[in-house]
Design a protein around this ligand. Structure first.
Ligand SMILES: Cc1cc2nc3c(=O)[nH]c(=O)nc-3n(C[C@H](O)[C@H](O)[C@H](O)COP(=O)(O)OP(=O)(O)OC[C@H]3O[C@@H](n4cnc5c(N)ncnc54)[C@H](O)[C@@H]3O)c2cc1C
Length: 439
């Protein structure tokens, strides 16, 4: 009988890791609070399909997805739009969230994973310095390793002892609150850009999109503070002035949800514990995409577990998962969390300036697509500073850009200094330095 692995929550990375581990002979059970067949949201998601192959999954059937349109980013004044030009072979796919889940779950079941639905995880069971199981609504469950795939507010992560050095809470500027809904199409008039992403529209700090589909208009409103339906209705009305296709009738969705947009977690593992997906803040900090990253992380985690010949599953052996993850994704994502802090410090006028002076370009926005899917996350802070110095006559803005470039450089240096091997003391000092870069 293989060692017993518990996956807390049916997150995307968790179920993908579960499948790979079950296939390799481990006894894997996923505990999910929702009812079977009710997972996900009533809308579509976008992700890079190459991540499926990395996680050992096939492409979904052709009638279940389509390729995503290039996005056009607009400045707050909407005076300028920057359209991505993602090459054909790097296009992401758009799929219904429930179909993504169905695809992942069917694959996991074929690999022998067991899933217990309607079972709420309440927290970890900790014995001494080790996670030995989870507390659930159905009683305690014990295992040799707990994979935490419960998402942003994971009760496992949040209830770990302080001595584990694992970030529990997320600050307000480290998560974005999203309202998303599909509205009816109010007019068949052609649109200038099919997938419009608007930064700080209406002078409000946040990201918004209006995507024109054949049978609906997809509205997303993202804010770094709480907001309610009154704000949604008022803002949607404001958007209708420049997006007449956006109707007034909500056809699908219409929920508020939260996405982490911060640096990857400083310590992702402990004895008997590994976090994945939103539990470990694996999303791209500037845009919140996390599906492809979670899938790629699942491969690193599964490989690490399989290579742990003595099934120790200690922080020591699981540390290879952390270093492997940072190598393929975290080292590129962490500086983007610094860029997000710059974005939050800017005024709408300063963002307009970025567009007008071509500090932001179509190429940069196209690299943005790469962040979500392809793992080759590269932004050169020195390049950014040099360009800003050439065009920027506003000293206050230039100072902000230079500070951001310096911060990005520091973050990259901190990532490079991550201990290669687990050593509790060294990891503790390193994680303090790393997290301090974002203060
Ligand atoms: C509105 C929105 C749009 C997004 N769009 C995209 C996109 O287009 N592309 C993209 O790549 N990413 C997108 N993301 C991000 C993406 O959803 C996540 O980054 C990705 O799914 C990884 O998160 P996760 O699966 O780890 O966590 P989650 O999606 O949060 O899943 C956690 C799972 O654990 C379960 N769970 C939670 N708590 C408990 C508990 N106590 N007990 C038992 N089970 C529990 C939940 O029910 C859920 O099934 C979007 C997110 C949101 C909110």
């Amino acid at each position: 009988m293989g060692k017993k692995i518990i996956v807390a929550g049916l997150g995307h990375g968790g179920i993908a890791a579960a499948a790979q581990l079950s296939k390799a002979g481990y006894d894997v059970t996923v505990y999910e609070k929702k009812k079977e067949g009710t997972l996900g949201y009533d809308w579509t998601d976008i992700f890079a399909p190459d991540a499926l192959g990395i996680a050992g999954m096939e492409m979904p059937p052709e009638d279940k997805f389509e390729y995503k349109e290039d996005m056009t980013f607009f400045s707050p004044s909407q005076s300028k739009g920057l359209r991505q030009h993602v090459p054909q072979d790097k296009l992401e796919i758009k799929m219904e969230r429930r179909d993504i889940y169905e695809h992942f779950i069917n694959h996991a079941l074929e690999c022998g994973v067991k899933i217990v639905y309607e079972c709420e995880v309440k927290g970890p069971v900790v014995l001494g310095n080790r996670v030995v199981g989870i507390k659930t609504s159905e009683g305690d469950v014990y295992g040799d390793l707990v994979i935490d795939a419960c998402g942003l507010n994971s009760p496992v992560r949040r209830n770990l002892p302080e001595s584990f050095m694992i970030d529990k809470d997320v600050e307000r500027n480290e998560k974005i609150t999203i309202y998303r809904a599909f509205y009816n199409v109010a007019t068949e008039e052609p649109v200038e850009a099919k997938f419009k992403v608007m930064l700080f529209e209406g002078g409000i700090k946040g990201v918004n999109w209006v995507a024109s589909e054949d049978d609906h208009t997809d509205l997303l409103i993202g804010r770094f503070e709480e907001f309610d339906m009154d704000h949604v209705n008022e803002f949607a009305e404001h958007l209708r002035k420049t997006n007449p296709r956006l109707g007034t009738e909500v056809q699908r969705g219409g929920q508020f949800v939260e996405i982490p947009v911060r640096q990857p977690m400083a310590v992702m593992v402990a004895d008997g514990y590994a976090a994945i997906g939103d539990s470990a803040f694996m999303t791209v900090p500037l845009i919140g995409s996390g599906i492809a990253n979670s899938l790629k992380a699942s491969k690193v985690l599964a490989d690490t577990v399989i290579k742990d010949k003595h099934n120790a599953f200690t922080a020591d052996t699981l540390w290879n998962y952390q270093t492997g993850y940072y190598k393929i994704l975290g080292n590129g994502l962490a500086p983007l969390a610094a860029a997000k802090l710059l974005l939050l410090s800017l005024t709408p006028e300063e963002i307009d300036y970025f567009f007008e002076k071509e500090i932001l370009t179509e190429d940069l926005m196209t690299i943005g697509a790469d962040f979500t899917g392809l793992g080759s996350v590269k932004v050169d802070p020195a390049d950014m500073i040099n360009k800003a110095k050439q065009v920027c006559s506003d000293m206050e803005l230039l100072k902000k850009i230079i500070a951001c470039g310096v911060r990005m450089g520091r973050v990259s240096a901190a990532c490079a200094m991550m201990p290669k091997k687990w050593n509790a003391k060294r990891v503790a000092s390193w994680s303090k330095v790393y997290n301090y870069c974002f203060k």
